[in-house]
Design a protein. Sequence first.
Length: 147
Amino acid sequence: MDDKQKQRVIRELNGFLKGRYMGIHQYEHLISQAKDPKLKDLLQRFQHHAKLGAQKIAERIQDLGGKPVDGAGLIGEVREWLQRFKESPQDPKEILHDALIGENKYGIHFSHKLVAGDLDEESANMVDTVLEEDQKRVDELKKLLRQ
């Protein structure tokens, strides 16, 4: 892979990584709202998995010679700022619903569009693995919401 392609892959992976951080911050917010210990444990487990995915992506960026971003970026900061004015969910079902929206809409669909096409095979496989983990969380959240 030439330097130009590496830089393109690093840029795409950093964009993907910003989205990961947005999801991690969303979990922090939901965890702080959860009163039920079982729900809090579930959200903490999901957040832990999201952090592991972010760590893998950050390591890949470093392996390519790049510097991983260390936050959600401007869009993420604006989103977090706006979140302060939104009424926070209190009910466990509402919290699960917010987690589902975050994982499914922002975590999976947005991320797929973000990195479509400009990745080398190893990076694309890594992103696919991370998104498969996201899909498992989405499936678990859907199952819990049906109960």
